[in-house]
Design a protein around this ligand. Structure first.
Ligand SMILES: Cc1cc2nc3c(=O)[nH]c(=O)nc-3n(C[C@H](O)[C@H](O)[C@H](O)COP(=O)(O)OP(=O)(O)OC[C@H]3O[C@@H](n4cnc5c(N)ncnc54)[C@H](O)[C@@H]3O)c2cc1C
Length: 506
């Protein structure tokens, strides 16, 4: 029997809103496993048990290093977790995976999960079509293929900033800023653009339908403000390049394949692997400060006064939470500036259980709406459909846990349906995320990416929020865990070698 997490909400018309108490295999028991004495110096202290922290912990412990992982939540997985309710696995955060995501696919192969995928799109249920509502036009019902074609036309015009569908300006999306084919100055020019700027350039080429669908897609992806002025164009160009510059691959890469065991199943496999190799850990442990000691060791101090010391420390706290950790010595002014600016993705992701199986094959978009996009996504054991929907930054007038009727209305705006239950997590007011997946404002990448990826003394920073390639994805988190563990292993080896050479010279 899996233990229960306090994260997440579920609402039914009869039972009202319930917070937490959801079965989740990402909850570890007992919550502390600290065997070393309090003055022990670990090789590495890791702050955060999302995918960046877990993959680093696994790589370091597998290499024989002593590691402790400190996590503020009651579970692993960070911005991913799967809850089991009604015999169904609800993905509350990060969900979809693809073989185009190299670090993710390698993890799936490693734990033999690569063949055990399930699909979101399932044809054959009654409402097997797409509906969209955009201002100025009556609701339209079209085939999935036709909706794909309308979306593709708007999107392809939008990303075609170089006359080659982004292939010239972003040929190597894992090395956007420094690669052999593009002048960095050219990237900097485009990075200054917002999605709004680009939309103004092409809107005269679009039909009303194409405009509406493009705007809702851009907001769905960026989670930014409704006018798209704080969403960077570059992050869209990068996303397109990561799909091999082909919109036809977009759905298959971004919204198709899920793990049968759920994200918490994969996270648990990485965690258990690390524990088998000696990982120590402490959950429910909020790190309030990170201090570099005169000895060059680094110390993480929890809010309740415990401290853990390491030769190196990896901080995986998301960009928008870094302001709540005190660093001593202070972080560079450039990094502090980036942290103060933060990223702009304040999206919402909400699951609905809908009477009957009919809506399992349906997709739809409605712009403007609190929920812009929704996808039929499987059938529960009781025969009801599961529909998952996404909205953009609506914080100024919408707090989902306080306003379930507004959510139900937003589902009805998309399509008539009998909503029996809502399930979600509010990532925007969660102290350990303070937003959704990362999406940068204009100019952010060229100004801050290098700094965010750099170390601060013996503190290293690993997060999907500043990954090279799949930034804002599970793959980006795994990339960052891998890269930082690799650099630290190399450095520890050199330090150990120097120390043993000094000893043998004496
Ligand atoms: C709603 C949603 C949908 C998404 N959909 C997808 C998708 O379909 N596919 C995809 O690939 N990606 C998706 N993502 C993005 C993906 O989930 C994240 O980019 C990725 O999981 C981030 O991993 P991370 O390890 O970098 O950060 P996190 O997962 O945020 O891990 C950081 C950890 O640090 C801990 N922490 C923070 N501060 C402290 C502190 N002071 N003390 C102790 N611990 C602390 C946090 O609790 C957390 O566990 C989605 C994300 C969200 C929110």
């Amino acid at each position: 029997m899996p233990a229960h997490t306090r994260d997440g909400y579920a609402w039914t018309p009869q039972g009202g809103m319930k917070k937490g108490q959801f079965a989740c295999v990402g909850v570890v028991s007992p919550i502390h496993n600290v065997k070393s004495p309090s003055d022990f110096v670990y090789d590495v202290v890791i702050l955060g048990g999302g995918y960046a922290g877990l993959s680093a912990a696994r790589d370091l412990t597998n290499a024989g290093r002593s590691v402790i992982l400190i996590e503020g939540r009651d579970r692993i997985g960070g911005r991913t977790f799967t809850i089991k309710e009604d015999g169904f696995g609800y993905e509350m955060g990060g969900t979809w995976v693809s073989h185009c995501q190299p670090h993710t696919f390698r993890e799936l192969l490693r734990y033999k999960m690569d063949r055990d995928l399930i699909t979101t799109r399932q044809h054959g249920y009654e409402n097997d079509y797409y509906t969209f509502k955009v201002p100025g036009l009556p609701t339209r019902k079209v085939s999935h293929e036709e909706a794909g074609e309308i979306s593709a036309r708007g999107w392809n015009l939008f990303v075609d900033i170089d006359g080659a569908g982004g292939r010239k300006i972003c040929p190597l999306p894992h090395a956007q800023l420094d690669n052999i084919r593009v002048d960095r100055k050219e990237v900097e020019k485009w990075d200054a653009y917002s999605c709004w700027d680009r939309f103004q350039e092409i809107k005269h080429l679009l039909s009303v339908e194409e405009s509406g669908l493009l705007l809702s897609l851009l907001l769905h992806i960026s989670g930014g403000e409704g006018n798209l002025r704080n969403s960077s164009l570059w992050d869209m160009i990068r996303g397109h390049a990561l799909c091999n510059h082909a919109f036809s691959d977009f759905e298959d890469v971004w919204f198709m394949y899920k793990l049968r065991e759920g994200q918490s199943g994969l996270a648990r496999k990485i965690f258990d692997d690390a524990v088998e190799c000696g990982l120590e850990y402490s959950f429910d442990s909020h790190v309030g400060a990170v201090e570099q000691l005169p000895s060059t060791f680094v110390r993480a101090v929890t809010r309740d006064g415990r401290h853990y010391t390491g030769r190196k420390l990896i901080c995986t706290a998301p960009l928008n939470t870094l302001k709540s950790i005190e660093f001593n010595p202070p972080l560079s002014s450039l990094r502090q500036e980036a942290i103060t600016a933060g990223h702009i993705n304040y999206m919402s992701k909400i699951h609905a259980v809908v009477e009957g199986s009919g809506m399992a094959s349906w997709n739809g978009a409605c712009y403007p709406n609190v929920l812009l996009y929704a996808y039929g996504d499987g059938v529960l054991p009781n025969g009801d459909a599961h529909v998952v929907a996404f909205g953009t930054d609506e914080r100024h007038h919408f707090v989902p846990e306080s306003d379930p009727r507004k959510i139900v209305q937003a589902f009805h705006n998309l399509h008539s349906m009998d909503v029996k239950k809502l399930v979600f997590h509010n990532w925007n007011n969660d102290p350990y995320s303070q937003a959704g997946p990362c999406f940068w404002p204009p100019g952010f990448m060229t100004k801050y990416q290098d700094e965010l990826q750099s170390r601060h003394g013996n503190t290293f920073f690993a997060s999907a929020d500043w990954a090279h390639g799949w930034r804002a994805f599970i793959d980006g988190a795994l990339e960052q865990g891998f890269l930082n563990a690799r650099d630290i292993l190399h450095e520890l080896r050199e330090e150990d070698y120097e120390r043993s050479s000094c000893r043998s010279a004496l």
